[in-house]
Design a protein around this ligand. Structure first.
Ligand SMILES: *[C@@H]1O[C@H](CO)[C@@H](O)[C@H](O)[C@H]1NC(C)=O
Ligand SMILES: *[C@@H]1O[C@H](CO)[C@@H](O)[C@H](O)[C@H]1NC(C)=O
Length: 294
């Protein structure tokens, strides 16, 4: 059996930046075990599998597909960069003729529309939920421990837990600039051993941006998900379903430009919509095209 595979860097227009995803367009469904083995072998944050919903469609004519995402250790409910890369693969490599393709996923229908040099994704918005009270001295509180492990003694302004995505979000105080966030050394193994309750599956650390400098980022972030086999994810669409909701409210803005300042780095354009969803836009570049032979 031959399985085509594409690797694209998502949320960037520069090769070797952004977040790489492996995308396998499949004529037939394969077993979950095989999906997992391929994703483990690829060892990227996510490997995505696309299948047709209608057997008479092809990858160039179809407008609805099924999409599943696997990390090196497990399947996940929502993934932004591999969805962007899946759309880009259909438009760029399969010459898909539709303006929009819709993916049926564990998070419902997700549409990807070609626009300008990039793609717009129609994603759910996940409000960050109640702010969790954190005092670093209360080490009994697991969130305080996670915060301590992640940001040490840097001042923290807010800690929130998004219940739907199980993402814990720590906002550094506004006195911390981008370089504080960039230089944080987060011990992913320590994070995972600190939080074993199952309530947290990802850690977002964010800081207010500097919209007055060019190109004017509204906020910065980094994302860690050792609970899903990803120490640091380079650029994370799903984290921006939480960040978009949080910063939209704090900044009083619907449209925002965000930068995820991992070492690879990537840029996301966000638009919080009146219907309670969020448009997440970005670019993607192809890196590799090949065949898995089984
Ligand atoms: C998989 O990737 C992670 C980080 O991206 C790395 O630490 C690990 O060594 C890799 N595993 C293998 C088997 O290459
Ligand atoms: C993004 O959001 C706005 C609504 O706020 C909508 O009008 C627009 O069509 C959306 N999608 C795209 C592809 O731009």
């Amino acid at each position: 059996m031959e399985i085509p595979v594409f690797v694209l860097d998502a949320f960037t227009n520069l090769l070797f930046k952004g977040n790489p995803a492996a995308i396998c367009p499949l004529m037939h469904e394969l077993s979950d075990d095989l999906y997992q083995k391929i994703a483990t072998e690829m060892n990227l944050s996510e490997t995505a599998f696309i299948t047709r919903t209608n057997p008479s469609d092809s990858f160039s004519t179809g407008s609805r597909f099924r999409l599943r995402w696997f990390t090196p250790t497990n399947e996940v409910n929502l993934c932004g960069h591999a969805t962007l890369a899946s759309g880009a693969m259909l438009f760029e490599h399969q010459n898909n003729v539709n303006p929009t393709v819709v993916f049926e996923t564990l998070s419902g229908d997700l549409a990807v529309t070609k626009k300008g040099d990039g793609y717009v994704m129609d994603f759910p918005l996940n409000p960050p939920g109640q702010e969790v009270q954190v005092r670093v001295c209360e080490l009994k509180c697991v969130f305080a421990c996670v915060t301590q492990v992640a940001v040490g003694n840097h001042p923290v302004q807010d800690v929130c837990l998004s219940p739907t995505t199980k993402k814990l979000m720590i906002r550094l105080a506004d006195s911390c600039d981008r370089s504080v966030l960039t230089s944080l050394k987060v011990d992913a193994a320590a994070l995972q051993s600190t939080e074993k309750s199952g309530r947290v599956k990802g850690l977002i650390i964010t800081a207010k941006g500097s919209p007055d400098c060019q190109p004017g980022y509204d906020f910065y972030s980094r994302f860690f998900a050792p609970w899903n086999g990803i120490d640091e994810d380079p650029v994370t669409g799903s984290a921006h379903t939480v960040l978009g909701s949080y910063w939209s409210e704090k900044l009083g803005k619907k449209k925002m430009l965000a930068y995820q300042c991992s070492s690879r780095g990537g840029e996301l354009e966000l638009e919080v919509r009146d219907d309670g969803r969020i448009n997440i836009s970005g670019q993607a570049v192809s890196v590799l095209q090949g065949t898995i032979t089984i």
